[in-house]
Design a protein around this ligand. Structure first.
Ligand code: PGA
Length: 266
C-alpha cells in the first residue's frame, strides 16, 4: 500500500466535466456524488459542470456544503458586447465558487492565452471566485526538454498582476497536455518534479505564502493511479476529467487524498 504523507495544505479534488451532461443528467450525477462524499471532511471538493448545468447543480446541492461548484472558464469583464461569454457575477448568481482558467483545451481551441488567463484570474478574485490556473507542456515540448521553461513562463505570465494578498484563493493545476484524456499518466516522480518547480516559482512570486498554495495534478487521474500520485509531497490534490463523470470513481480518487491518521503509521 502507498504510504500516505503528512501535508500541511488541505487537499482539493476538482471534477472537470468538460462538455458532458445536460441539466437533467446533472441532477442525478450530483445526487450520486453528494451521497458518497457526505462525510468527507478532510478535503475541499469541487465539481465543474458546463454553464448550462450550473443552475441544476446549484438547485440540487441546496444547502449542501461539502461539494462546491466551479465553472470551466469565464470572461474577465463584468458585462458587455461579448457574444457567447459568461461573466463572474453571472456565475456567482448560481453559487459558483471556483473557476478553471487556462485549461489546455481552452488554450488550444479558444485562444485562452497567458495574458487572458492573467486578466481572468484578477477578475475572478474581484468577483470572489477562486481561480484554478492550469499549466502544462505538450508531448513535443517534453521531448524537447522544454517542460520547465514552458511551465515556468505559463505560470509567471498567467499570474501577472495577480493580487499578492489573495494567495489563499489561488489554486494551480499542473496538467501535462499529453496526459489529458489519453490514459497516459505522468509517473508520480515526473509529476512531483514539476510540482516542486512550480512551488519554487510560487515562493518567488508570493514569498513564504507560496508554500500554502495548493498545486493539483491533472491528466488521466483514475482510482488506480491516484494513491501513488497523491502520496507525493508536492501534489495537493487532483483535477479530474473523465473519471469525475463516474461518482464512484470520483469518490475513490477523493479517498486517495485522505491524510494519514496517526494509526496509519507503524
Ligand atoms: P482527464 O482530464 O482526467 O480526462 O485526463 C483532465 C483535465 O483535462 O482536467
Amino acid at each position: 500500500m502507498t504510504k500516505k504523507k503528512t501535508n500541511p495544505r488541505r487537499p482539493l479534488v476538482a471534477g472537470n466535466w468538460k462538455m458532458h451532461r445536460t441539466a437533467s443528467d446533472t441532477r442525478a450525477l450530483i445526487q450520486d456524488i453528494v451521497k458518497r462524499v457526505e462525510r468527507v471532511a478532510y478535503a475541499d471538493l469541487v465539481v465543474c459542470p458546463p454553464f448550462t448545468s450550473l443552475p441544476a447543480a446549484h438547485e440540487t446541492l441546496g444547502r449542501h456544503s461539502t461539494l462546491a461548484l466551479g465553472a470551466q472558464t469565464m470572461h474577465q469583464a463584468k458585462e458587455g458586447a461579448f457574444t457567447g461569454e459568461i461573466s463572474g457575477p453571472m456565475l456567482r448568481e448560481f453559487g459558483v465558487r471556483y473557476v478553471i482558467l487556462g485549461h489546455s483545451e481552452r488554450r488550444q481551441f479558444d485562444n485562452e492565452t497567458n495574458e487572458k488567463v492573467a486578466a481572468k484570474a484578477i477578475a475572478a478574485i474581484h468577483y470572489h471566485l477562486r481561480p484554478i490556473v492550469c499549466v502544462g507542456e505538450t508531448l513535443s515540448q517534453r521531448e524537447a526538454n522544454e517542460t520547465t521553461a514552458i511551465v515556468e513562463s505559463q505560470l509567471r505570465e498567467s499570474l501577472t498582476g495577480f493580487p499578492l494578498d489573495q494567495h489563499e484563493e489561488l489554486v494551480i493545476a499542473y496538467e501535462p497536455v499529453w496526459a489529458i484524456g489519453t490514459g497516459k499518466v505522468a509517473t508520480p516522480a515526473q509529476a512531483n518534479e514539476v510540482h516542486e518547480r512550480i512551488r519554487k516559482i510560487l515562493i518567488q512570486i508570493f514569498g513564504d505564502h507560496g508554500t500554502a498554495i495548493r498545486i493539483l495534478y491533472g491528466g488521466s487521474v483514475k482510482p488506480e493511479n491516484a494513491p501513488d500520485l497523491m502520496a507525493q509531497p508536492e501534489i495537493d490534490g487532483a483535477l479530474v476529467g473523465g473519471a469525475s463523470l463516474d461518482a464512484r470513481a470520483f469518490f475513490d480518487i477523493i479517498e486517495a487524498v485522505r491524510p494519514a491518521r496517526a494509526s496509519d503509521h507503524d
